[in-house]
Design a protein around this ligand. Structure first.
Ligand SMILES: [Zn+2]
Length: 56
């Protein structure tokens, strides 16, 4: 995930939480220190199995 401001290649994930069918991630760029949010789509086909395991 590139920084939208300075195009630094590596950004740090501060926080992530489900946001509907996506995951909202708060990221911070170590280069320019800007914080920004990303919404990453979750592949729903891979969820049911792992979710079912965690539910036990
Ligand atoms: Zn940056």
């Amino acid at each position: 995930m590139k920084c939208p401001t300075c195009k630094h290649k590596i950004t740090k994930v501060i926080d992530s939480r489900p946001f509907g069918r996506e995951i909202k991630r708060r990221r911070k760029c170590p280069s320019c220190s800007i914080r920004f949010n990303t919404y990453e789509y979750v592949d729903t086909e891979s969820i049911p199995e792992s979710a079912a395991r965690e539910a036990k």
